[in-house]
Design a protein around this ligand. Structure first.
Ligand code: UT7
Length: 326
């Protein structure tokens, strides 16, 4: 049976660092509040030349290098993002242009912070249909452009980044992407939203700020995040007949270290098996999982044969999990 195998990972972080001390000079907040409530100490903020497509392309180049592939070898580019450079063309087409990956077709996928796992699932279906395909799945965000820098309840949380992986078909039964579980509940859309630029839609309700910024019901999102990720992980493991003790590393969406600790507790998982980047990068939405995956991979934490579990949640509401054997 064909399995989708990760043959390269990469990531790119903008150069500029914005620390909690910097934020203290911008809004009524403190390093102490941000650290204890979120675990975040710093985040990266994009500047000129670090647009979402540029970060995505840089992450993709690293992943291609690791895979030993030229851009022309790529058949499909999926960019998972809620902060693409523009609505049209897609960020994926702009990444294609940056890479000169001219044999690929390309499209964006929006599942908010859950995007990367949804992207893996889509890539897996193409690969099952045609194992020779080489697919770039990229999570890339410039949330700093979608953040209200006067709103202390959100501006301390987010950061910019991109992560990427290259997948292709492998024939080893127990090696590669073993399973995914994806969920959505559109009834919860108001918990986390980003309306976008004004359209001709007469029902658009965000006239006051043109819908440019992320809105969030933080405490509600917190509770639902822990519950939904926990359920996704448990049902995926039950489906695959795998116990949590067999998982080498859990790489969750990085939104708040308290969410991750609560999740670990719910899963009876020692926290040292939860990979975290939240302290240095904040919440980078669809980029958070692929950035962490690349970091863990490059540090040599993941060895061939290890079971790795990804789990995510985000606006929509969307959530899910993916199980890989490295
Ligand atoms: O990728 C998915 C996106 N989002 C998330 O996953 C976020 C999930 N939620 C969270 O991470 C947490 O709910 C937050 C970090 C957003 C907030 O933490 P909390 O412990 O739920 O705090 P809260 O919203 O209940 O606010 C507590 C207090 C409030 O003051 P009062 O009303 O108690 O006087 C806030 O006004 O903290 C105040 N506050 C702040 N104080 C200093 C809110 N933001 C700040 C701030 N600095 N930056």
């Amino acid at each position: 049976m064909t399995r989708s195998v990760v043959i390269g990972t990469g990531s790119c972080l903008p150069k500029r660092e914005l620390t909690n001390a910097d934020l203290e000079t911008m809004v009524d907040t403190s390093d102490e509040w941000i650290t204890t409530r979120t675990g975040i100490k710093s985040r990266r903020i994009s500047g000129h030349g670090e647009e979402t497509s540029k970060l995505g392309a840089a992450a993709a180049r690293q992943a291609l290098d690791m895979a030993g592939l030229a851009p022309a070898a790529i058949d499909l580019i999926i960019v998972c993002s809620i902060s693409p450079d523009m609505v049209m063309p897609s960020c994926a087409c702009l990444v294609q242009k940056e890479l000169a990956a001219l044999n690929a077709f390309a499209f964006d996928l929006n599942a908010a912070c859950s995007g990367f796992v949804f992207g893996l699932d889509v890539a897996d279906r193409y690969i099952k249909a045609n194992p020779a395909m080489k697919i770039l799945v990229i999570g890339a965000e410039n949330l700093s452009a979608r953040t209200n820098w006067q709103d202390r309840s959100t501006c301390v949380l987010f950061g910019d980044a991109a992560g990427a992986c290259v997948l292709t078909g492998g024939e080893e039964e127990q090696h590669g992407l073993l399973a995914t579980r994806l969920y959505s509940d559109g009834r919860l859309w108001q918990l986390l939203s980003l309306a976008g630029a004004p359209s001709l839609n007469p029902d658009l309700e965000y006239a006051a700020d043109n819908g440019a910024y992320i809105k969030m019901a933080g405490p509600d999102v917190f509770k639902i995040a822990v519950r939904s990720m926990g359920e996704a992980v448990n049902s995926l493991l039950a489906q695959e007949g795998i116990a949590i003790d067999q998982i080498k590393l859990v790489i969750p969406h990085q939104a708040n270290v308290r969410i991750l600790r609560s999740l670990a507790e719910k899963l009876s998982l020692p926290f040292d098996r939860v990979y975290t980047t939240i302290e240095k990068y904040g919440n980078t939405s669809a980029a958070s999982v692929p950035v962490a995956l690349d970091e863990a991979n490059r540090r040599g934490i993941l060895q061939r044969g290890d079971l790795v579990l990804l789990c995510v949640f985000g606006g929509g509401f969307t959530w899910g999990a993916a199980l890989l054997r490295w």
